[in-house]
Design a protein around this ligand. Structure first.
Ligand code: ATP
Ligand code: MG
Length: 215
C-alpha cells in the first residue's frame, strides 16, 4: 500500500512456539539462527497452554514453563516471551497463537513461525491448517535425528515454508527430563538458570521419590 511505498519498514517478528518443558539450548540456537538469517527484529517465545498433542503425559505447570522461558531469554535484547497461549483457556492451537499476535502487534508486522523438522511435517494436520499460511511465513529448522528433505514440503503451499539448516544440537526436553529424573547432569544442555530453577522447584522428580509435584 501507500505506507509501504513511502518506505515504512515492516516489523519482522519471529514466533517460537513450544512446550518448553524445559527450554534448552536447541530452542535458543534455532531462534538465534533464524533471527540472523531472516533479519528478524525480535523473536517471541510462546509457551503453550495445553498442548493437545501431548495430552498423554503430565506437562509441568504453565507458570513454571513460562518462567523458565523468561529466565532463558532475559539476556537477549531481541528475545521476548508472550503469555497469549498460557492465558487462553482450552487447547493451544497455532492458528490462535498467530491470530492473537497479529491483533496484539498490529498490521505493520510480518510473522515468521519457527518450527523444528519434526513439527514441519505435521503442519497440515494442525487445526486451522488452511488459514496458517496466510497468517505467517513458516521456517522449518533442521533437528538432529529428524531427516528433512524438500520432498517433505511437497504437499505444502508453494513459498509458504523455508527450510533452514541450524547448528545441530541433539538436545530434547524429553531427554532433559529423563536426565533430571535419573540424577544425571543437564548442565550445558540448558542455560545455568534453568538448571537452578528446576532444582529449586523440584521439577521432574524421580519416580517413587515421594517428592510431590507442586501445582
Ligand atoms: P519434547 O521432547 O518434550 O517434545 P522438545 O525438545 O521437542 O520437547 P518442544 O517444546 O516440543 O521441545 O519444541 C518446540 C519447538 O522447538 C519445536 O518446533 C521443535 O521442533 C523445536 N526444537 C526442539 N528442540 C530442537 C533442537 N534441538 N533443534 C532444533 N529445533 C528444536
Ligand atoms: Mg517436541
Amino acid at each position: 500500500g501507500i505506507a509501504r511505498a513511502a518506505g515504512q519498514r515492516r516489523y519482522r517478528l519471529g514466533v517460537m512456539g513450544g512446550t518448553f518443558d524445559p527450554i534448552h539450548h536447541g530452542h535458543l540456537v534455532a531462534a538465534s539462527e533464524v533471527a540472523a538469517k531472516f533479519a528478524l527484529d525480535e523473536v517471541v517465545f510462546v509457551p503453550t497452554g495445553m498442548p493437545w498433542q501431548k495430552s498423554h503425559r503430565e506437562v509441568s505447570p504453565a507458570e513454571d514453563r513460562y518462567l523458565m522461558t523468561v529466565i532463558a531469554t532475559a539476556s537477549n535484547p531481541r528475545f521476548s516471551v508472550s503469555r497469549v497461549d498460557i492465558d487462553r483457556p482450552g487447547n493451544t492451537y497455532t492458528v490462535d497463537t498467530l491470530k492473537d499476535l497479529r491483533t496484539e502487534r498490529g498490521p505493520n508486522t510480518d510473522l515468521f513461525f519457527i518450527t523444528g523438522a519434526d513439527a514441519v511435517r505435521q503442519i497440515l494436520t494442525w487445526y486451522g491448517a488452511d488459514e496458517l499460511f496466510d497468517l505467517a511465513h513458516f521456517v522449518g529448522v533442521t533437528r538432529p535425528g529428524v531427516p528433512m528433505t524438500p520432498a517433505d514440503l511437497a504437499h505444502l503451499p508453494e513459498d509458504s515454508v523455508t527450510l533452514l539448516e541450524v547448528p545441530a544440537l541433539a538436545i530434547s526436553s524429553t531427554d532433559c527430563r529423563e536426565r533430571v529424573r535419573a540424577h544425571e547432569p543437564i548442565w550445558y544442555l540448558v542455560p545455568d538458570g534453568i538448571v537452578q530453577y528446576i532444582a529449586k522447584r523440584g521439577l521432574y522428580p524421580a519416580p517413587g521419590s515421594g517428592v510431590p509435584h507442586d501445582r
